[in-house]
Design a protein around this ligand. Structure first.
Ligand code: VAH
Length: 313
């Protein structure tokens, strides 16, 4: 059985649906700090859990005979900068709780999401390699970088089967983003349909690695399904699909929404974006466990706008 912690969040919501469709509704226990998403809460087993409370997590694991945990609870980059101490506490200690359940052999397998935020201003920006300089400058990035080190440590020293992906910015029509620097790439589609214009909090030319949620979920499912011997990196895998700047999404949207306008009013998130890579080399994920993406900017834009327009009707 599977436990998803943070099941009501941006990734957790869609991951819960996908895992339930693959493994059966009753075999996937969704959990979050509150009942934040009625679809998730009403579509199968749901538990309220505080990811910072080891005893609560352990209790759920025992009660439901959990074998696999997906830890999706976290504070994202922009929110984390507003509350660094809490971000560090949540992002690190929830991970320790789950890793320690793995060490105690109470669970068999763990998924933990990392991010391209592990890279920093001194990292090579284009085609950022798997192994390179990593000096993250955000508290979110520092927590992901430290988390990766601990994942590898728990694997090497205690034999814990923990698997991880460095997600790029994720774009979904069905779930809102949760306080990240890449959120504009979701907001822009909503505003294109509602207002025909969008004021972007990042400036023109800010290229970042991005991915459609369908691809991100497929990657997550497939790294977890892969035979253990195919997983050769125990910190976290680089993962990529596309890279674009705000004006490039705007151009693509304009093919479907003629007259769409974008303006720029960069805020504190510009500095965070500037510290991250523009594109990512994910060849190890492709070689080791057969990763490949399906959506590029054009196909994602078409799919996003179709779904969002249908929702508005
Ligand atoms: C954020 N979307 O902006 C997240 C992320 C790629 C960055 O992990 O904080």
């Amino acid at each position: 059985k599977i436990l998803i912690i943070g099941a009501c969040g941006q990734i957790g919501t869609e991951l819960t649906q996908k895992l339930r469709s693959i493994y059966g509704t009753d075999n996937v226990i969704a959990s979050d700090i509150r009942k934040l998403n009625t679809d998730v809460v009403n579509s199968g087993p749901f538990e309220v859990v505080n990811a910072l409370d080891f005893n609560q997590i352990e209790h759920l694991v025992e009660k439901h005979h959990i074998e696999e945990v997906y830890l999706m609870a976290a504070l994202l980059s922009a929110t984390a900068e507003k509350n660094p101490a809490f971000a560090w506490d949540l992002n690190m200690n929830s991970l320790f709780h789950v890793l320690n359940l793995g060490k105690a052999k109470k669970i068999r397998k763990i998924f933990w999401p990392s991010s391209i935020a592990v890279f920093g201003p001194t990292t090579p920006k284009e085609n950022t390699p798997q192994y390179t300089i990593m000096e993250p400058s955000t508290v979110y990035g520092v927590s992901k970088q430290a988390g990766e080190r601990w994942c590898e440590y728990y694997h090497n020293i205690y034999g814990v089967d923990v698997r991880s992906i460095r997600y790029p910015g994720l774009i979904s029509w069905s779930t809102p983003p949760g306080g990240g620097t890449t959120d504009y790439a979701v907001d822009i589609y909503h505003k294109a349909l509602s207002d025909k214009k969008y004021e972007c909090f990042l400036k023109e030319g800010t290229r970042m690695p991005m991915m459609y949620m369908d691809d991100a979920i497929n990657a997550t499912v497939s790294i977890m399904k892969a035979p253990a011997e195919q997983i050769k990196i125990h910190s976290s895998y680089n993962l990529a699909a596309m890279s674009f700047a705000p004006e490039e999404v705007a151009d693509e949207i304009r093919k479907h929404v003629p007259g769409f306008e974008i303006t720029y009013a960069p805020d504190f998130r510009q500095k965070i974006a500037d510290s991250w890579p523009a594109s990512i080399d994910d060849s190890r994920a492709r070689e080791d466990w057969g990763w490949s993406h399906q959506f590029d900017l054009a196909s994602m834009t078409k799919d996003m706008l179709e779904h969002l327009a249908a929702d508005l009707k």
